[in-house]
Design a protein around this ligand. Structure first.
Ligand code: MTE
Length: 328
């Protein structure tokens, strides 16, 4: 996004790793084995290109119901979604998270809910998730860099977590924080630190309570791969992808707008709101169009970017009376 942004016309084929090859390369990793009654451990064998079967990394298959909020647009192939990532804790190139994120231990995992709430708590992930029915939400995902995907998330509304915590009257914003663990996150150690750590994000309370705002624990029917933010990440489909903070360990209700990572990095380029808006260009590139990853070849026409990423009917009223050029 910032450090080594390349104004690509498309992905290079070499940047996309077929799942079979990627599974073959990856170390055997034990993932969080499920979230209570809704999950069952699934483990299979992947056939690598050599033809010799290898143990496939374990992932939990999730039980969920389908949501009315899903788009009917074709879903992006899993290979793209799991190999073309932004997760700077594991490197700044798109392929780095898929290569490196297996070093992250995601079990045990704790999530703190704190700040201006009547019921603060430090939850084991299983207890954090257990009360909520999982749903599949197929959402458009638009990165500020000008590409997009359609991803079948599995999760539950963030509003459920906030309601359980009982926010007090002066809580106006929600702050989120990613894990800080340099021993397992190579981007957090060494001489070159691309961002300030830990990665932090924030929403206004009404945005956080909106029914479209999701806490995801899975994609494509299974628990999240590490490169996509295991075991718990935020998904706000009408905002640029960098609002979707990964590997969350803290959710804090606060009175004032909290700091956010990309805004700290460059406040002229990345605002607090970061709603998808084709009318407000990034200072270094247009936001009017986007390339749908996996769609056609180099000559395929870019798609027009829609206000609020196509979710205007649902969310535009949150911003009535606001100058969205000023509050970008
Ligand atoms: N969360 C953390 N902790 N670290 C990151 O570098 N990158 C963000 C967001 N969440 C990022 C993060 C950006 S820029 C985008 S576009 C999305 O994650 C990418 O999500 P994906 O890799 O699942 O497509």
């Amino acid at each position: 996004m910032l450090i080594r942004y390349r104004n690509r016309k498309d992905l290079r084929p070499s940047e996309i790793t077929p799942r079979s090859a990627y599974m073959n390369r990856r170390d055997l990793m034990a993932k969080a084995a499920g979230f209570g009654a809704g999950a069952a451990l699934a483990s299979g064998a992947a056939l690598p290109l050599s033809g010799i079967p290898v143990e496939e990394a374990q992932a939990a298959t999730l039980a969920f119901h389908k949501s009315e909020f899903s788009t009917t647009e074709p879903v992006t192939a899993r290979e793209y979604v799991t190999s073309y990532n932004n997760y700077y804790e594991f490197g700044i190139d798109k392929g780095d998270p898929g290569q490196n994120a297996h070093t992250l231990t995601t079990s045990p995992w704790n999530v703190k809910v704190e700040g201006l709430v009547a019921k603060p708590a430090d939850y084991a992930l299983e207890d954090f998730v257990k009360p909520f029915a999982l749903e599949q939400r197929i959402y458009r995902h638009r990165c500020v860099e000008g590409w997009s995907m359609v991803i079948p998330w599995v999760g539950f509304p963030l509003s459920k977590v906030l309601e359980r915590a009982e926010p007090s009257g002066n809580a106006k914003f929600v702050a989120f924080e990613t894990l800080m663990r340099p021993s397992e996150m190579p981007g957090q150690r060494g001489l070159f630190q691309p961002l300030e750590w830990p990665y932090v994000e924030g929403l206004r309370l009404d945005e956080a309570m909106h029914p479209l705002t999701l806490l995801a624990v899975g994609i494509y029917d299974e628990t999240l791969p590490n490169q996509n933010g295991a075991p718990l990440r935020l998904v706000v489909p009408w905002k640029y992808g960098f609002k979707g903070i990964k590997s969350i360990v803290r959710i804090k209700l606060v009175e004032n707008a909290p700091p956010t990572t990309w805004n700290l990095q460059n406040s002229n380029e990345y605002g607090f709101y970061s709603n998808v808006n084709p009318e407000v260009d990034h200072p270094r590139w247009s936001q009017k169009t986007e390339r749908r990853i996996g769609e056609g070849g180099l000559l395929t026409k870019r798609r027009e970017t829609l206000p609020f990423n196509g979710y205007a009917d649902e969310v535009a009223s949150l911003y009535t009376g606001m100058d969205l050029r000023k509050f970008f």
